[in-house]
Structure formats: C-alpha cells, structure tokens
Design a protein around this ligand. Structure first.
Ligand code: KG4
Ligand code: ZN
Length: 345
C-alpha cells in the first residue's frame, strides 16, 4: 500500500499544496499539486509584506487542499502523513502552514513532519522524470539563499559555500527595482536583458577570484544605482536594456564560475540547480556550456517546480521517510524556524 503525503509550503509569497505517494524503494510520485501566487498582492509595495502574506496563506491553504484532493481523486481520510515547511522563511507565513498542517493532522490522527524549505528545493528534481543519482553538487539560488552544497544522499548535506550578503535572487530583484521594473524583478530583468548588450557596462563580480566557494552580491546594486542615476533624462530605453543584460551577465558569471569550481573541488560530475533563479535562461545556457566542458551533467527541476511550491515539500518528506532518515511525529505542538541552516537538518 502506498503512503500518501500531503505537503504545505507557506514560507514566503506562494501558498503551495501537493499530494505525493511512495511505496517501497520506488521514487515517490506526485499525484497532484496546486499553487496560489501572491505576486499581485505585493506588487504595489515593491516587495513581500509579511503580514499580508500570512493572511493570504490563511485564505488559500484549505481551498488549495480541496483542489489537490479533487485532482488526485482522493479524500482527506486517505492522507497518511502531513508535511509542512518549518523554515527558513517569514515567521508569520511559516506559522500559518505549520498551524494548518498540524491541525489537519491532529483531526485526522495522522503524523506530521516539518520540512526544511531548501531541502525541498534541493530534492525538487526528483519530481521530474530523470532524477539525479547521488552524490551531486547542488547550487541553491533563490530570493533568500545562494549556496553550494555537497549532497551525498537524502539528509546528507555539507555546505561548500554561500553568499556573505545578498542572495542571487535578491540581486536580481534589487537591480530590477532600480531599473524601474515591477516586483518580482528577476523574471522582468531577464526579459529586458534579452534586448540588451551584456558587455555594455562593466559591473563588479566580487569574490570571483577568491579561492573559496562564497558569493557576494551586495556591491552590484550600488554599481547599478550609479549607472541608473546617469540615465536621468535619457530618452531611450536601450541603456536600461544594456544595464539589465550586464547585470544578469555579472550574476550568472559568478554563479557559473563557482559552480564549476565546486565540481572541480569535489570531483563530482553532477550538478543540481534549484530555487527560483534556476528558471533563468541565461544561467541555464552558461551552465550547460561550463558543465559540458567538464563532462558534467546539469539537472533542473521542471520549470514550475523551480520557484516555491508544495510538491517539493511533500517530496522531501516522502524521501526522508523512505530513506529512513526521519519518522513523522505524532506530537502536534509546533514551532517554526525562520532561520535554519540546511546542513543541520
Ligand atoms: O525559490 P524562490 O521562488 O523563492 C525563495 O525561496 O526565495 O525564488 C524567488 C527568486 C526571486 O528573487 C525571483 O526574482 C527569482 O527567484 N527568479 C528569477 C527568475 N525567476 C525567478 N531570477 C532571474 N531570472 C528568472 N527567470
Ligand atoms: Zn524557495
């Protein structure tokens, strides 16, 4: 009999719910998932407003659960385990998901499991057809995190390097805002970059030649701001497109260089790219080129699972149970962990 895991994601500005089934040693299967994005809700503010995010998660968690169960042709009583994002993320938003998940689990008398959001991203390629084999290097690039990890198996994560200041997604978003683009800026900046010359502006690539695997992106926004100020009164859009392309090139250049260095240092030849910035086409093209030169393979989750979603949370819980790394618990008291290093899970 398959075990059914219902998963909730609510760490930031997407409410995600999904149902995953696993049996024996077969890779868990996604039965259904549903997502509500809060992008429109936060757009007027130019970024996520935590209190509005929490309230919106409350509004959507149960309707999305009904939608997922209907799509999978299952009842709430069929659920064996309830999983939720325990952290890292916005405290209030996390509390909503944890509260709903633990209340449902208590009512159904089923066990619960709190999942690390980045472990969800890390294992999201398992939602697709061609799951990578362990061990691999993972590049986690989201709005809040930029990390290189060595992954030896489910629950076996070692940090190789991370950002010392802004995350890659944050660098995209902040630069986009300076360019007058709407939130969330990453995809908008990438679209504008298509019309620009990536060599037009020489932007900083901090730590590019440092011998460690750390990143730094905070200097980039200052450089972008300096250029944007020079555009005042410039009637044409080309300089903005050029600056967008140059910014994207600077971020991608550093991500690719450090990923290649991580593969070289570990001797591994598989790279998994996860998190919202993994949706960036220029990053994908450049990583493909760099990895081909090394004889390494790059794995991505399907595009819909690059950004936050419930499927990766249900999948991570299923994989943890299947691997015997963690048993779900029957105690429904919960706490969330807004800050939580992945290598301590
Ligand atoms: O993983 P994610 O959905 O949420 C977090 O956990 O942070 O990542 C969101 C981040 C945002 O910074 C967003 O601008 C960025 O991913 N992003 C992109 C693209 N799509 C999403 N950045 C660059 N190019 C994209 N196509
Ligand atoms: Zn995320």
């Amino acid at each position: 009999m398959a075990t059914l895991v219902l998963g909730f994601e609510s760490s930031c500005d997407e409410t995600g719910v999904a149902l995953v089934a696993f049996e024996g040693t077969q890779t868990p299967r996604l039965l259904a998932h549903a997502l509500h994005s809060q992008v429109a809700l936060h757009a007027d503010y130019g970024g996520v407003v935590p209190e509005l995010a929490s309230r919106d998660h409350i509004r959507h968690a149960l309707p999305l659960t009904r939608e997922v169960l209907a799509r999978a042709g299952r009842q709430l009583q069929d659920v064996d385990v309830v999983a939720y994002t325990q952290g890292p993320g916005l405290a209030g938003a996390l509390l909503v998901g944890a509260g709903v998940a633990c209340a449902l689990a208590a009512a159904l008398e089923r066990p619960v499991m709190g999942v690390h959001h980045l472990e969800g991203h890390l294992l999201s390629p398992f939602l697709g057809e061609a799951a990578p084999a362990f061990p691999f290097v993972a590049l986690l690039v989201s709005g809040g995190h930029t990390q290189l990890m060595r992954v030896d198996g489910v629950g076996r994560y070692a940090l190789l390097g991370e950002t010392v200041d802004d995350a890659a997604g944050e660098a995209f978003d902040k630069s986009a805002k300076l360019l007058g683009l709407a939130y969330p800026g990453g995809p908008a900046l990438a679209r504008l970059a298509d019309f620009g010359d990536p060599d037009a502006y020489e932007l900083p690539r901090p730590l590019l030649h440092s011998h460690d695997l750390n990143f730094s992106f905070s200097g980039l926004k200052t450089a972008v701001l300096t250029q944007v100020r020079r555009f005042d009164g410039v009637p044409c859009d080309q300089p903005r497109a050029d600056l967008a392309a140059s910014t994207q090139a600077a971020i991608v250049d550093v991500l690719v260089r450090k990923s290649r260095q991580a593969l070289e240092q570990t001797g591994l030849r598989r790279l998994v790219v996860a998190g919202g910035v993994g949706a960036n086409q220029h990053l994908r093209t450049e990583l493909a080129r760099a990895c081909a030169a090394l004889g390494a393979q790059v794995h991505y989750p399907d595009l819909v699972f690059c950004t936050d979603n419930g499927a990766m949370i249900a999948m991570a819980a299923a994989l943890r149970m299947q691997a015997g790394v963690e048993e779900p618990r029957r105690d429904y008291a919960f706490e969330v962990r807004p800050r939580w290093p992945l290598d301590t899970v």
